[in-house]
Design a protein. Structure first.
Length: 101
């Protein structure tokens, strides 16, 4: 499958400049895929971020955002892919934004 990273990433430092990290240092986001109930996506974490994942439990939104995963509202970390725990699996209900209006 093909992965893409969001358009702009930067790390702001105390110095008056911005560093643009390479794609290897940033999460890689899949395209969305669907079934009759949910839309799904997966996020592949780089090794330095993956080391911070807790073992054997799902992350809350505050926790995965704290790791640096960036996505719109409504996504839930719903499963752990045991063979590759650095691949985070997310889902949200279809038409999430419309249901919130």
């Amino acid at each position: 499958s093909s992965f893409h990273s969001p358009t702009y990433y930067s790390i702001l430092l105390t110095a008056p400049f911005t560093i643009m990290p390479s794609d290897k240092q940033m999460p890689q986001y899949s395209e969305k895929y669907f079934d009759d109930t949910y839309e799904y996506r997966h996020v592949v974490l780089p090794p330095d971020m993956a080391k911070l994942l807790p073992k054997n439990r799902l992350l809350t939104e505050a926790e995965w955002r704290g790791l640096g995963v960036q996505q719109s509202r409504g996504w839930v970390h719903y499963a752990i892919h045991r063979p590759e725990p650095h691949i985070m699996l997310y889902r949200r209900t279809l038409n999430y934004g419309q249901a919130q209006a």
